[in-house]
Write a protein that binds this ligand. Structure first.
Ligand SMILES: Nc1ncnc2c1ncn2[C@@H]1O[C@H](COP(=O)(O)OP(=O)(O)OP(=O)(O)O)[C@@H](O)[C@H]1O
Ligand SMILES: [Mg+2]
Length: 224
């Protein structure tokens, strides 16, 4: 039994009188320690797939199992717990809360389910790992796109998730920073957290152990 199992997962959309499957009967098994990369053209269904896998978007067909539990039959409270506690998510685009500093943004997921421990230390260490600890006291509007993305990555890791999902996490980073983030993800995977990312940069594929490509809603292993 995998950590995350997508079975015949589909999302049907209707737009302008047309019905289409943005995600079409996708099967994917994610094991602890996996580092999985998905590539694919714009509009091929990558974000839709990740959102369903993260418990954020109801499928129109198929199932999502996390640790053997059918995610979309859970109560809202249990899905929220799963999303905050077990799944770290780095969305495509800007997702930091503008009224909070970088440091506080990183601590938010921890604060949602009150508990002890040195969250300040952990948040600061993560900001150091993504290379922006000098910006801990800055607000999102004072940051570049890549700096905001790196803060979102630190935030996704603060609760030590079992699964890290990231949607084009290096889209606005330079080559050197991209390599640093990929190394961080690889280290995270080696510590046993599964990593599932969507990427446009083909050179990032070398870091993963499994690669897939998505085409018009269909997921297939990438030819080597
Ligand atoms: N709420 C919606 N209603 C109707 N169609 C939608 C909706 N959300 C997305 N789509 C369509 O579903 C398809 C897949 O979208 P998705 O965002 O998953 O693509 P993507 O592969 O992530 O693209 P990109 O690389 O540009 O981020 C696209 O054709 C998109 O226009
Ligand atoms: Mg997308």
């Amino acid at each position: 039994m995998g950590l995350l199992e997508l079975r015949e997962l589909s999302k049907e959309y209707r737009r302008g009188g047309r019905v289409f499957n943005a995600v079409n009967r996708v099967n994917l098994s994610v094991e602890p320690g996996d580092f999985i990369s998905i590539t694919g053209r714009s509009g091929s269904g990558k974000t839709t797939l990740l959102n369903m896998g993260a418990g954020l978007l109801n499928p129109t067909g198929g199932t999502v199992l996390f640790e053997g539990k059918d995610v979309y039959t859970l109560r809202d409270k249990d899905i929220s717990f799963l999303r905050t506690e077990k799944i770290g998510y780095v969305p495509q685009g800007q997702s930091l809360l503008s009224n909070f500093t970088d440091f506080d943004n990183v601590r938010i997921p921890w604060a949602l389910f009150k508990r002890g421990g040195d969250v300040e230390g952990r948040a600061f260490t993560l900001l150091e790992k993504v290379g922006i600890s000098h910006l801990a006291a800055s607000y999102p509007k004072e940051l570049s796109g890549g700096e905001m993305r790196r803060a979102a990555i630190a935030r996704a890791l603060v609760n030590k998730p079992r699964l890290l999902i990231a949607d084009e996490p290096t889209g606005d980073l330079d080559t050197e920073t991209t390599a640093e983030i990929m190394k961080l993800f690889k280290a995270v995977a080696q510590e046993g957290t599964a990593v599932l990312i969507v990427t446009h940069e083909l050179d990032t594929l070398d870091y993963g152990n499994k690669t897939y490509s998505m085409d018009a809603g269909n997921l297939a292993p990438r030819a080597a």
